[in-house]
Design a protein. Structure first.
Length: 83
């Protein structure tokens, strides 16, 4: 994914119409997140789990920060039996 001595620039893109957010490293799409926990898991699967998701300068949050998940936050926070 590029120079191993230089950490990748991670972008969590602005929310889509359904509230999900694309997560990319350079030109590579790492995944689509519906909640902050998804971003953590996507980075873990990409061997980038040493990055502190909410506080890292390596992550660019577009269209809102780590607490911005319009339309999906409430759904994710409810127990599965209530969804």
């Amino acid at each position: 994914m590029g120079d191993p001595t230089r950490p990748p620039h991670i972008v969590v893109h602005s929310p889509a119409l359904d509230g999900s957010r694309r997560v990319t490293a350079g030109d590579t799409v790492l995944g689509v997140a519906s909640h902050l926990d998804d971003v953590v898991e996507i980075l873990r699967l990409a061997d980038l789990d040493r990055i502190e998701v909410e506080e890292s300068d390596l992550i660019e949050w577009q269209g809102g920060g780590p607490d911005e998940w319009p339309g999906l936050s409430e759904e994710h926070d409810r127990p599965p039996e209530e969804r």
